[in-house]
Ligand binder design. Structure first.
Ligand SMILES: Cc1cc2nc3c(=O)[nH]c(=O)nc-3n(C[C@H](O)[C@H](O)[C@H](O)COP(=O)(O)O)c2cc1C
Length: 190
């Protein structure tokens, strides 16, 4: 893939919180997303990620049971992907370096979701203990992030804003002050 195309996917990614319930994400699409996840780099190549794919209404209800009420919109997603860390297999558990691994894995997931023409929004606002209990996770699996995945419901929720401010509104709508400029994020370049 050309450099420009990668940047285009990165630019296109945005947190989408409204999904078209009538359109299901296919098994092949989920597999492609997990393939992207699988290939992420990790400290000492520990690959500490483990996934719970909630696709049935029953499984999704178990995940939503732990979700913050602010994330109730996630119930409309076709799939709820729970990204867990396997604590038996992380580099320097006490230093919490594995959150970097899971973060890198998450970005691969989010970019492949865009590549598949799908929409998502990572969710950290959930109760870990409730989720672990609800999904009967073994004690060595820590649920770190939930990724609701679906087809974007165009015009829903953000439709009005998009009309007003243009296409990049999803990126701005949930940000305080929008995307930071390059000047703002470089501490020193010498
Ligand atoms: C680790 C993490 C946790 C997040 N948790 C939530 C969440 O619980 N609910 C939500 O609506 N958005 C959540 N977000 C989405 C952010 O609000 C969003 O990424 C940010 O506002 C930037 O917008 P953009 O993704 O459209 O560029 C989370 C993002 C990250 C990276």
């Amino acid at each position: 893939m050309a450099r420009k195309e990668i940047l285009e996917v990165i630019r296109k990614r945005a947190s989408i919180r409204a999904y078209d319930k009538s359109k299901k994400v296919s098994k092949e699409q989920i597999e492609a997303i997990l393939e992207a996840a699988r290939l992420a780099p990790s400290a000492r190549n520990t690959q500490p990620w483990v996934f719970y794919v909630a696709e049935s209404d029953e499984a999704k209800a178990k995940v939503m049971n732990a979700m913050s009420e602010h994330n109730a919109w996630a119930n409309e997603a076709s799939v709820l992907l729970v990204v867990c860390a396997d604590l038996r297999n992380v580099y320097r558990l006490e230093a919490k370096k594995y959150y970097v691994d899971i973060g890198l894995c998450l970005e691969n997931i989010l970019l492949e979701i865009v590549n598949q023409g799908l929409a998502a929004c990572p969710c950290a606002a959930f109760d870990k203990e409730t989720l672990a209990r609800s999904l009967q996770l073994p004690e060595y699996l820590e649920p770190v992030i939930i990724v609701p995945i679906g087809y974007e419901a165009k015009g829903k929720l953000l439709g009005e804003l998009r009309e007003k401010y243009g296409e990049v509104v999803e990126r701005k709508a949930h940000k305080l002050g929008g995307t930071k400029s390059l000047e703002e994020i470089i501490f020193k370049w010498e």
